[in-house]
Design a protein around this ligand. Structure first.
Ligand code: NCD
Length: 338
């Protein structure tokens, strides 16, 4: 695909060669993300961040990625802080905001809303999550992480096994990741959820149609014993009709050190898109795994910066000029690896 000026709305728009290109550019962003070098390649460019649903890492890493390339970020956080609270349409908001920005990242509670916004925007729009539908940049950073972690274990993206656990019905990160995995070969997927929160059938069929094998279960212990990656997720409480309904599923699958040590192979990689729900009644990924070398969740969030930097550089056509506009950092940076 031609990245310059493109909207990033769904992982369905990528071919495998596009993924290879994004990952190759992401690989070059390490020195900037680690603050070993500074680049001004996007000096003068403005990112409009429009986040109409709660977010910590997606919003901040989009912003930090743009800043690390030398650009500036303007943010709107929460519908009540925007004129949408006065009845302004997505169309008008897009027409206006795109006059102030060179690229826009948007998160919105409704599926399809970011595409609607993008249709009216005069600059590229990146989907930061539209309801239960998609979260394409999260899938890219997840896949980038899987590739890195697998290569440490002598494995590759074609031919690996992954268990996805939790709310697979509403989780946009697992929806996008499954679609992205259709570009690869020989993936074995184990979907672990209560039957009511199962992966949408059309995604299961899409995966099977490309030759992947899919197993569906509600048993956590057995599923983690035979995979390379365990991808845990949060019950998406904001998508349920009531908290009482969400409460029925909270804490159903809890991964902790004892269960992991007993059932998983020692080099199985633990991922989670975060936030993990650390309240006692949920606690799907226990903090007693925090120091475990298999826990990749903070390597995953660090990788998000690399992938988002790569995307911005490519959307604005500067990926080959990042080094040209760089210089060493002047301050002392003491950054420990995640
Ligand atoms: C996810 C999201 O917002 O979809 N978080 C994220 O962007 N990393 C997952 C979640 O909220 O559970």
């Amino acid at each position: 695909m031609d990245f310059i000026g493109a909207n990033i709305l769904s992982v369905g728009q990528f071919e495998r060669a596009d993924i290879d290109r994004i990952f190759a550019v992401a690989d070059t962003m390490g020195p900037y993300a680690r603050r070993e070098k500074v680049t001004r390649v996007l000096e003068g460019a403005i990112l409009g961040n429009m986040f109409l649903e709660p977010s910590t890492r997606t919003r901040l890493s989009f912003g930090a990625a743009f800043n690390l390339l030398g650009g500036t970020v303007r943010e709107t956080v929460g519908i009540t802080a925007s004129a949408m609270a006065k009845g302004e349409s997505l169309y008008d908001t897009a027409r206006v905001l795109s006059g102030y920005s060179d690229v826009i990242c948007m998160r919105h509670p409704q599926a399809g809303s970011v595409a609607e916004f993008a249709a009216a925007s005069r600059v590229p729009v990146v989907n930061g999550g539209d309801g239960a539908n998609e979260h394409p940049t999260q899938a890219l950073l997840d896949l980038y992480t899987i590739r890195k972690e697998l290569s440490g274990n002598g494995r590759a993206l074609d031919d690996f096994r992954i268990a996805m656990i939790g709310d697979l019905k509403h989780g946009r990160t697992v929806h996008s990741l499954c679609k992205l995995l259709c570009l690869f070969k020989k993936v074995h997927l184990v979907f672990v959820s209560p039957p009511e929160l199962a992966m949408p059938q059309e995604l299961v069929e899409q995966l099977r149609a490309v030759g992947h094998t899919v197993e569906v279960t509600d048993q956590l212990e057995n599923s983690i014993s035979k995979v390379d990656i365990v991808y845990s997720t949060r019950i998406q409480e904001e998508r349920f009709a009531s908290q009482e309904e969400a409460n029925l599923y909270r804490g159903r699958f809890r991964l902790n050190r004892e269960i992991f040590t007993r059932y998983a192979q020692p080099n199985t990689v633990i991922m989670h898109p975060l936030p993990r729900d650390s309240r006692a009644e949920a606690n799907e990924l226990d903090t007693d795994l925090n120091e475990h070398p298999s826990l990749a969740i903070f390597r995953q969030t660090d990788n998000g910066l690399l992938v988002r930097m790569a995307l911005f550089a490519m959307l604005l056509g500067v990926e080959d000029q990042v080094d040209e506009y760089s210089y060493p950092v002047r301050w002392q940076s003491r950054r420990n690896p995640a």
